[in-house]
Write a protein that binds this ligand. Structure first.
Ligand code: HEM
Length: 150
């Protein structure tokens, strides 16, 4: 693929490198924060550990999850405009998956607020199973972007 065709010009490989970097931070955050929730679940509401987990989770969401998600989107959309990817099948599939991942992050944020309020709405086991979703989405997204099956 010719690096200098779209509006990014010679910056294209740098933007792609930055995209992949922030995607790694984003997915790392999506793996770690719900893992924190599993530990948080086991703490009695109002206890010192409960407050410590709330603080850890809020910090991880603010410092890792939100900025990494926004930068992944910004850089990814720049690449899509550069390549003219909006009429390509693999990109439609990828877009659906990243929208789902962004929705999952919305749920992660909302669930963290409920835990902070002393609620434990889900079973620990359900939480563990939900933790597999970003792994599944990552596998499918990487296949879309590398293999481009359609
Ligand atoms: C947030 C919204 C996202 C958008 C709009 C987006 C869009 C794109 C586009 C258009 C490319 C350029 C492909 C190329 O140059 O050939 C790309 C590359 C890539 N994306 Fe994303 N992406 C997003 C999120 C993600 C996520 C969540 C992952 C991983 C889980 C990911 C993994 C990758 C990888 C590995 C590449 C490099 C592929 C290559 O070497 O060509 N992206 N992305």
């Amino acid at each position: 693929m010719d690096g200098a065709i779209g509006f990014l010009g010679l910056a294209y490989p740098w933007v792609k490198a930055a995209h992949v970097t922030f995607v790694i931070f984003w997915i790392a955050g999506l793996f770690i924060v719900p893992r924190y929730y599993v530990h948080h679940h086991a703490t009695p509401p109002g206890s010192a550990e409960d407050r410590a987990w709330t603080e850890r989770e809020e910090r991880a969401r603010k410092i890792i999850l939100t900025p990494a998600m926004l930068l992944s989107w910004l850089l990814g959309l720049s690449l899509a405009f550069h390549l003219g990817a909006f009429d390509q099948g693999w990109f439609h599939a990828k877009l659906l998956l990243v929208i789902a991942l962004t929705g999952y992050q919305g749920w992660v944020g909302a669930y963290g607020k409920r835990l902070a309020a002393g609620k434990r709405p889900l079973e620990g086991r359900t939480l563990r199973m939900l933790n597999e979703l970003p792994a599944l989405a990552t596998i499918l997204i990487v296949v879309m972007v590398i293999v481009r099956p359609f």
